[in-house]
Design a protein around this ligand. Structure first.
Ligand SMILES: *[C@@H]1O[C@H](CO)[C@@H](O)[C@H](O)[C@H]1NC(C)=O
Ligand SMILES: *[C@@H]1O[C@H](CO)[C@@H](O)[C@H](O)[C@H]1NC(C)=O
Ligand SMILES: *[C@@H]1O[C@H](CO)[C@@H](O)[C@H](O)[C@H]1NC(C)=O
Ligand SMILES: *[C@@H]1O[C@H](CO)[C@@H](O)[C@H](O)[C@H]1NC(C)=O
Ligand SMILES: *[C@@H]1O[C@H](CO)[C@@H](O)[C@H](O)[C@H]1NC(C)=O
Length: 757
């Protein structure tokens, strides 16, 4: 009996002790805060478990949720949700199933968080948190680790973040921040990791960051940071710097010795590669491709002890590469393609036993390399550049002279004289503006990207429109705005409130996709922005998907007003006739667009219904491809029996293969669309025998004959033949097509004597 009592007493005491531990783990006020946060986050399934374990919250640790406590206070809060940021069309309003609801308030959420006064680690990822990020975050002064990646935060990075002097890791990547980065950091900040990647941050690189000497990783890739960079050598322990895909345009800055990874690709850096990059002995990965770098390359880059990835592609680097380059033992990838290198290709780069990927296309290297330009292409650059500067200076002089003339003319006019002179002057100015496009301008990628940047800046980003807005834009879809109809639905002309002329395509929708899936597909389409694609400006879904039989989607495109390439080829247009160099430059542009569709995104877009009808020309004669990519949102329109236009036209066959249909575009550029009336077989036979017989004169258009050199034509004929080969495996890739066209254009320019500069 006594023993029994003792056991009971012991159990009771133990129970009390145990309960004591548990309840002592967390102050009830902290528990209240956690439950409020759960409410703010709209009870995500990951936090379901909180309901039943209010007293044990501190013991919780799963892959998605973790709370740590110390001295009755929460010190760590980690929640990983399942609402990753996807798509780019967030415009500051809640999106069902992606963001938290309209009633979520970032201000009150952060105010609640701030009551966890001992919080050191805050990790809230993919929870759909949306809104501007309030300055009050600095009240969490103990915070050492802050990660809000993959949410929907926008606006500026709050300036007071720079006063959080305990912060070691700051991660705000994959959000929608579209303001600037505060420039208020100083040496009392001890940040080690700064990640702001994949936002829309603008403005210059904040130089105060260079005073945070504790930094080891900086990732600000994929933003719109512009301007120049200064010396980074002060960041003596920096190991990783990622600024790729921004708009930086200075010389390459000096870098600290400890650096292991440096990504500056896809900016507009110019000047030479600093010699001391060849002494960054820790460097493992270097990517400075797609810039405008010039000059020679430090050969030590290839022999750095730990270098494994070296990408110098698509710049304007020149000179020879030393034949006895020693390669680092770990070097697995080297890209020097699309530069202006001349001379022998260093044989040591290709050492079979070292199993290395080396890309060298698009240079002027000698040896048995494929896809090299003639040496003149690479060595002419300097004179081109000199020519360019001479051009600029001459241009300035001409402007000064013109201004002077203007003054003279005005004066003369003031004295009621010289009216005819003014007329002449006016005319000469007009002439110089109306020369149309230079084929060289369009053929040269770098110029095109500059020109297109200018052209696209006034286009707004893609967003969703309401049906009412579209009704207004088209005067309630008035008959006068109806442009026509094709396999993808009806087309209307419209004008947005902002005054931009647009073309609106209306596509009937199948029930095949969930709204989420469908929006994902629209987002993919919206990402396809390229100088030679007709830009998608927005979309509008009328009717809930799948609910109504007649749900429709409207796609709003920029208006490209100068007609299609086909009308100019067929001579239907009055005025403009495309000569051979001009045809080539249109074809090159379109090939670039197709290349972008195939390789610019994963997965690529391979069914683009390419035809000359879909190549539109804008007021500057810049070609833009339309009707691309639509197969991903309307796969069923074909099957549902919408009638195909001109079913007997031979170029419509096998439209599912882009290369094949591009072949027919090439063919039309050679022989003109009128040939479609003749028998396909005759044309193809004649094409096949082009090189052996002289009967090509019968089929190639007279304009082409008159303006082409035979070599250039022959390159295009031969690639055309390969594209329209009946065996799909033997057709070339779009890179091959593009390369051949550029080569043909170069040959033609050489033949023309290239007197331009
Ligand atoms: C940032 O994005 C928000 C939401 O899309 C928008 O309201 C705001 O005007 C943008 N701010 C800037 C500076 O672009
Ligand atoms: C989206 O949210 C609604 C409730 O708001 C829900 O009924 C629907 O199943 C969700 N759809 C997806 C694809 O998660
Ligand atoms: C750094 O800036 C903070 C304010 O942002 C200031 O209080 C502090 O004194 C500054 N420290 C140094 C070393 O300049
Ligand atoms: C190269 O990498 C190895 C292994 O990562 C490391 O031990 C070595 O110190 C590095 N060499 C240099 C010069 O940094
Ligand atoms: C190729 O690489 C092996 C192993 O790294 C090296 O021993 C050999 O000398 C190299 N050959 C040439 C021609 O560079």
């Amino acid at each position: 009996m006594e023993f029994h009592g003792l056991v009971l007493l012991f159990c009771y005491a133990w129970y009390l002790f145990y309960m004591g531990i548990c309840s002592a783990q967390l102050q009830s006020s902290q528990t209240q805060v956690l439950l409020q946060l759960q409410k703010h986050l709209e009870y995500p399934t990951q936090l379901e478990i909180w309901k039943d374990h209010k007293s044990e919250l501190c013991f919780m640790s799963s892959t998605q949720v973790k709370i740590t406590c110390k001295d009755n206070f929460v010190t760590e809060l980690s929640i990983v949700g399942d609402k990753p940021k996807n798509g780019r069309d967030f415009d500051g309003f809640a999106i069902p199933n992606q963001t938290l609801s309209q009633s979520f308030s970032m201000d009150s959420f952060v105010a609640t968080l701030a009551r966890l006064t001992s919080l050191k680690v805050l990790h809230l990822v993919s929870l759909g948190i949306w809104g501007p990020f309030p300055n009050t975050i600095h009240r969490l002064f103990s915070l050492e680790y802050l990660n809000l990646n993959s949410n929907f935060l926008y606006g500026s990075i709050p300036p007071k973040i720079s006063t959080m002097v305990n912060l070691k890791t700051l991660m705000l990547g994959d959000n929608f921040f579209n303001g600037t980065i505060p420039n208020l950091f100083n040496s009392s900040n001890i940040l080690s990791v700064l990640n702001l990647k994949n936002n829309k941050l603008k403005g210059p690189f904040p130089f105060s960051i260079l005073s945070i000497t504790t930094l080891t990783i900086i990732d600000m890739s994929r933003n719109q940071i512009s301007g120049n960079l200064q010396d980074f050598t002060g960041l003596s322990i920096l190991e990783q710097l990622d600024l790729r895909e921004n708009e930086l345009d200075s010389d390459l800055p000096d870098m600290p010795k400890e650096l292991k990874m440096l990504f500056l690709n896809r900016n507009s850096f110019s000047g030479q590669i600093p010699q001391h990059y060849g002494q960054l002995n820790k460097l493992e990965q270097l990517d400075i491709s797609f810039n405008a770098l010039t000059g020679t390359t430090p050969s030590q880059l290839f022999s750095l002890p730990n270098i494994s990835y070296l990408n110098l592609g698509s710049n304007m680097l020149s000179g020879t590469l030393q034949n006895d380059i020693k390669c680092g033992h770990n070097l697995r990838f080297v890209d020097i393609s699309n530069n202006r290198f001349v001379g022998d290709f260093p044989s040591s780069l290709i050492n079979v036993s070292e199993n290395r990927v080396v890309k060298s296309d698009g240079n002027c290297l000698s040896g048995s390399l494929k896809h090299q330009h003639a040496v003149s292409y690479c060595t002419k650059t300097k004179s081109h550049q000199v020519g360019f500067f001479v051009g600029v200076i001459v241009g300035i002089l001409v402007i000064i002279v013109l201004l002077g003339l203007c003054i003279v003319v005005t004066c003369k006019r003031y004295y009621s004289k010289g009216i005819s002179e003014q007329h002449l002057l006016h005319k000469s100015v007009q002439d110089s503006f109306s020369t149309g496009f230079s084929s060289e301008l369009i053929a040269n990628a770098r110029y095109v990207s500059e020109a297109s940047k200018l052209g696209r800046e006034d286009l707004p980003p893609c967003r969703s429109y309401s049906f009412e807005e579209l009704k207004e834009a088209t005067n309630n879809f008035d008959n006068s705005t109806f442009l026509g109809e094709n396999i993808y639905g009806k087309l209307y002309r419209g004008k947005l409130e902002s005054g931009i002329a647009v073309v609106i395509r209306c596509i009937p929708l199948s029930k095949k996709y969930s709204i989420r899936n469908f929006k994902l597909r629209l987002d993919l389409l919206a990402k396809l922005r390229h100088a030679h694609l007709v830009s998608l400006l927005g979309h509008c879904i009328d009717g809930i998907l799948g609910e109504r039989i007649d749900s429709k989607v409207f796609l709003i495109y920029e208006c490209v007003s100068n007609g299609s390439f086909q009308t100019y080829l067929s001579g239907d247009s009055c005025g403009k006739i495309f000569n051979w160099p001009e045809r080539l430059s249109v074809l090159i542009s379109v090939a670039k667009a197709v290349h972008f569709l195939h390789t610019g995104m994963i997965p690529g877009f391979f069914k683009n219904r390419l035809k000359t009808n879909n190549i539109l020309l804008n007021e500057n004669w810049m070609p833009k491809l339309s009707d691309y990519g639509l197969s991903i949102i309307s796969e069923e329109t074909d099957a549902s029996g919408v009638k195909e236009e001109s079913p007997n036209s031979w170029q419509m066959k096998k439209l599912e293969d882009d290369i094949y249909s591009f072949g027919f575009i090439l063919l039309e550029a050679l022989v003109g669309p009128s040939m479609s009336a003749k028998k396909e077989a005759t044309v193809l036979n004649a094409m096949a025998s082009f090189n052996s017989q002289d009967d090509w004169k019968q089929i190639v258009e007279p304009v082409v004959q008159a303006t082409c050199c035979k070599e250039s034509l022959s390159i295009v004929v031969s690639i055309t033949n390969k594209c329209i080969s009946t065996e799909s495996w033997s057709r070339p890739s779009i890179e091959d097509v593009l390369w051949n066209l550029q080569y043909a254009s170069q040959v033609q320019r050489t033949a023309d004597g290239d007197h331009r500069i």
